[in-house]
Write a protein that binds this ligand. Sequence first.
Ligand SMILES: [Zn+2]
Length: 150
Amino acid sequence: MEKKLPEEAMPEVLKTNDSFVKGRRKEYFESHVEAQRPVITLLTCSDSRVQPSIFSEDMIDKVFVIRNIGNQLENSAGSVDYGVFHLQTPLLLILGHVKCGAVNAFLKGYSDEPESIRCELDHLHIPISRAKGEDFEELWLSAVEENVHW
Ligand SMILES: [Zn+2]
């Protein structure tokens, strides 16, 4: 997919939202106004290839989503606890993915990144220190898995 300019991308986003709203009756939205009742607390990577819609065709009120680069628990523990303790979702899923850019950046070094990104990636230190691999690809996958297990 080619990169678009903001003035090209925004009308498409608005059109999709408008189509979503027009495709549902008023009662559909009213049924979700008072409270949320998600079934899953999901911590996953912000990577645009990873979408919670894999769990349901209609995502509204199904998944309490927490996202950050590298699906890191340390950076979002409060949000995860909110889903588990306050919303009482029966499921907590930590969803990582192959070829995670955050894990790759951690493994290859990220000292040239802006401070905000460095601070966020620093939390990958403990889980990734447990990764093992014969070559980089194997190490990368192991690091993704160790991060999910952490
Ligand atoms: Zn990722």
